[in-house]
Ligand binder design. Structure first.
Ligand code: C5P
Length: 417
């Protein structure tokens, strides 16, 4: 029998755990419940215990518990740890690695997969401190489900903060139990199970392209490739096989990534076509929109008395659009970037549609922001569900957060099939 430890945090949504336990047990999944002190204000150990048909665990310093079955054993005997509802406070303590009650001690002692279902007031969810804690936990390999948008328990309050509905939680728990089982039967460790992109192929374009004017001159742009290269590295760290197709950059090839070096947009398109199929394609390159129709075969001479040469430009292929509209081998998740200097979000929403991308990562590249060549980035993620404005982060953090989201997206679309 599969077994989970369900850590119930203190929030109005705690009552939904009673139904969750019932549904899980109907599916033959054993549930051991740990209640935080605050959770006991919302549900009683008696009602939870009646449904789990087991003891309910509440206090780290209960000597009997420690002798019979302590936090380490609770974790060891589970296939998966689920935290639902996870309050802002519990997320903060998890992110800090606290172990001052049984719930956090189990979470710190565990080497099992952990799924967190947050529920809280929308303002607490959007607070920079909670955003920071969620990013930290995602980087630690913790998986998230929800919260969802909707009405809050407080009158007149609405927004993102509702606990995911029970059927959704059950589906995700079952999927993660399968992942955990695959990882343990193939003898791999939790680290392998925490590599949610293992077995996936991720294609990333990065850097600028250079379009020749003649053998010594070119049209180019200020892209450094830092964001694209960070995405390739983040995908590899999550276990993906990664092909990075890079224009001319001054960066080293990331470790553990296959890199194909190209110069022009046409070469980049060709390399992308040869690399597909892929599960995820991320187009972070700043591809030159135009190239010179007939580049000089020799260096164009500047001679006295003659006027400056006129360059005829032709449009380059749109690599992202070509791949996004490609059938039948379209990657399951196509992510584009939109670098804009004004009306950043509006343009990105439009671009998502015209290009056929699933997600657009939009950033403000007006010179005051120093995004080009810099290490920081401030992005908006545009998806079919809407626009999320992420707090300022380093390009490495944006890359990690984006690839974690991409992995979760693939997992949940798999569940939907
Ligand atoms: O149209 P725009 O250049 O703003 O679109 C940006 C997005 O499209 C980026 O993801 C970029 O990598 C991709 N793109 C492309 N091929 C082009 C132009 C842009 O893949 N020729």
């Amino acid at each position: 029998m599969k077994r989970i430890v369900l850590i119930i945090g203190g929030g109005i949504a705690a009552y939904k755990c009673l139904d969750l336990i019932r549904r899980l047990r109907e599916r033959g999944i054993g549930v051991r419940a740990v209640l935080t002190r605050a959770a006991q204000e919302f549900v009683t150990p008696l009602s939870v215990g009646a449904l789990t048909n087991d003891r309910v665990f509440t206090d780290l310093f209960d000597l009997d518990d420690e002798r019979e079955i302590g936090h380490v054993r609770l974790s060891r005997e589970a296939d998966l740890i689920v935290v639902a509802p996870a309050t802002a406070d519990l997320l903060a303590r998890m992110a800090q690695g606290h172990a001052n009650d049984l719930a956090t001690a189990v979470l710190l002692a565990t080497d099992k997969l952990v799924l967190v279902a947050p529920a809280m007031n929308p303002r607490m969810w959007h607070h920079p401190a909670t955003r920071r804690n969620v990013r930290q936990l995602e980087a630690d390999g913790i998986q998230f489900i929800g919260p969802e948008a909707g009405e809050m328990a407080e009158r007149g309050e609405a927004g993102v903060g509702r606990l995911s509905e029970v059927p959704k939680l059950v589906e995700r728990i079952e999927a993660m139990l399968e992942t955990a089982e695959r990882a343990s039967s193939s003898g791999s460790s939790k680290r392998a199970a925490q590599k949610p992109l293992s077995g996936r192929h991720v294609l990333v374009t990065s850097g600028p392209t250079h379009e020749a004017i003649d053998p010594v001159r070119f049209i180019g742009n200020r892209s450094s490739g830092k964001q694209g290269h960070a995405i390739a590295a983040a995908a590899a760290a999550l276990g993906a096989r990664v092909t990075l197709i890079s224009g001319p950059v001054a960066l080293p090839d990331p470790d553990g990534v296959e890199v194909r070096h190209v110069v022009t947009a046409q070469e980049m398109l060709e390399a992308v076509q040869q690399t597909i199929p892929a599960d995820i394609a991320v187009f972070a390159a700043a591809v030159a929109d135009w190239r010179v129709a007939s580049p000089g075969t020799g260096k164009i001479k500047k001679s006295a008395g003659t006027s400056a040469p006129k360059l005829e430009l032709v449009e380059n292929p749109d690599i992202l659009k070509t791949v996004a509209k490609r059938a039948p081998s379209r990657p399951a998740l196509v992510i584009g970037f939109a670098a804009e200097t004004d009306a950043v979000v509006e343009h990105a929403v439009e671009k998502r549609k015209t290009k056929g991308a699933d997600w657009i990562v939009a950033n403000d590249v007006s010179s005051a922001r120093g995004v080009f060549g810099g290490d920081a980035n401030s992005v908006h993620l545009v998806t079919a569900a809407g626009v999320e404005s992420w707090p300022p982060m380093s390009k490495v953090e944006v890359a990690e957060a984006l690839m974690v989201r991409a992995a979760q997206h693939l997992l949940s679309s798999q569940i939907a099939v």
